[in-house]
Write a protein that binds this ligand. Structure first.
Ligand code: ADP
Ligand code: MG
Length: 433
């Protein structure tokens, strides 16, 4: 046992129900979490992430196995732990200050110290000036900050966060992420370990020292790897994108060598893989169907009333993007595909952008745009280059499909009137070479 391990999970299994209705939510999870780590749990809905948090904090007793905390078996609720949920339940009749103080009062902290600690914390999370406000007067982001302050007030050694940013708008989420990271890194808080659940892969790579990926049926750990990038992290840095891709690939269960899966860019040696001509909306529809259950491809053809060509292109697109796998005529959604199907439109855009950025055709297009004067690229120029790889009508279809996907993912934009491709304003797109 390492000197700095805080938590050990030994053969944790959690089942619900009895006999033939028995359902295994978590199967034989073994894990050591160390002091000083910011650990992120990633995985599709139903993979047992929330259940694992409840077990780790002692809110729930596992069916089998045990939690070892500081070298001793955990019995009952862990008093050194706090959990922050997706949307924090604040007491509407209490002020911001009182909502935080409640947690301290419950632990018997004296009034004077309660006030002092609460004031200092509200200041730390950027809520000074709002002490006397009521929850209804606050934005979602600010309410979540009060939730954080309340969790931090008890100075938890172990801080667990269950999708804490997923209900927030983009800007509030980003600012709250930064504030949490700053607090954590400042060393001003006594917290020794943060364990955060998220659906958001980029968020995981942005914040974690270590990422643990879970899959379901049954819920289990399928990957566990470090993120050794210094803070503050640059979302556009190649190492960052590589880790994001890595996490995506694990979720997508892709095993083929990259060059077979992806092909090459136009002009590069090797075969340029043609994009299957389907619209993103059709891909979404397919995934929403597959989320319910895997299907026999031919049965699916009848059910969705698609012609076989279209269905084959759809299947190929889902496979190419890592959203589904096909085996012996059955098509099955991957954890990544499921994450996409469950995601908000905004998160879907991010997922698709991450996926298509890896495809050589898109890498090549982005490099062309970035190299172009004024960052504008004429349709005709691209077609001319593509015609070296594809027959001319196919070249046009390739570009139309690429534009459909890229527009959805907001990777680049297209002006129909001028027939030019360009980068949208504030494009998060890195200049990939
Ligand atoms: P996640 O947080 O990864 O989405 P959960 O931990 O919430 O997953 O749930 C894992 C699985 O266990 C799900 O299939 C869920 O329906 C099931 N589950 C969780 N809690 C209970 C419970 N109290 N009774 C029955 N099934 C449960
Ligand atoms: Mg959950």
């Amino acid at each position: 046992m390492a000197a700095n391990d805080l938590i050990r999970l030994e053969h944790i299994t959690q089942s619900f129900g009895k006999q033939e209705r028995k359902f295994i939510a978590i199967q034989d999870v073994n894990l050591t979490l160390n002091e000083g780590e910011f650990v992120v749990l990633l995985g599709p809905s139903g993979s047992g992430k929330s259940t694992l948090l409840r077990i780790i904090t002692g809110l729930q007793r596992p069916s089998e196995g045990q939690v070892i905390y500081h070298g001793k078996p955990l019995l009952g609720v862990n008093p050194s732990a706090a959990i922050v949920f997706q949307s924090f339940a604040l007491f509407p009749w209490l002020t911001v200050q009182e909502n935080v103080e409640v947690a301290l009062k419950a632990r018997g902290v004296a009034r004077q110290e309660r006030i002092q600690r609460t004031t200092a914390l509200l200041d730390k999370v950027g809520l000074d000036g709002f002490e006397t406000a009521y929850p209804r007067e606050l934005s979602g982001g600010m309410r979540q900050k009060v939730g954080f302050a309340r969790a931090m007030a008890v100075e938890p050694e172990l801080l667990c966060l269950d999708e804490p940013f997923s209900a927030l708008d983009v800007l509030s989420a980003e600012s709250l992420r930064n504030e949490l990271l700053e607090l954590w890194q400042s060393g001003d808080i006594p917290t020794k370990l943060i364990l955060m659940v998220t659906h958001n892969i980029e968020e995981a790579v942005l914040m974690a020292d270590r990422i643990i990926i879970m899959d379901k049926h049954p819920g289990r750990i399928v990957a566990d790897f470090p993120v050794a990038l210094p803070h503050p992290r640059d979302r556009k840095a190649p190492q960052f994108l590589e880790l994001v891709d890595n996490a995506y690939s694990i979720l997508a269960g892709q095993t083929q060598p990259e060059h077979l899966e992806m092909g090459s860019a136009p002009g590069e040696p090797g075969l340029t893989r043609a994009l299957p001509h389907v619209e993103v909306s059709a891909i979404s529809g397919m995934l929403e169907r597959l989320e319910l259950e895997s299907a026999d491809i031919y049965r699916l053809r009848e059910e969705l009333e698609l012609d076989s060509d279209h269905l084959l292109r759809l299947t190929e697109a889902c496979e190419l993007l890592g959203f589904a796998t096909v085996r012996q005529g059955d098509i099955t959604i991957t954890p990544l595909g499921q994450t996409f199907a469950e995601a908000s439109i905004l998160a879907r855009k991010e997922i698709l952008a991450s996926r298509i950025r890896r495809l050589p055709l898109f890498r090549w297009l982005l490099a062309l745009i970035n190299a172009a004067k004024d960052k504008y690229l004429d349709w005709d120029v691209v077609i001319t280059a593509l015609e070296l790889e594809f027959p001319s009508d196919e070249a046009e279809r390739q570009l139309s499909t690429a534009i459909n996907w890229a527009r959805y993912a907001e990777l680049f934009a297209y002006d129909d009137d001028e027939a030019v491709i360009y980068l949208p304003e504030d494009s998060p797109t890195p200049a990939v070479s």
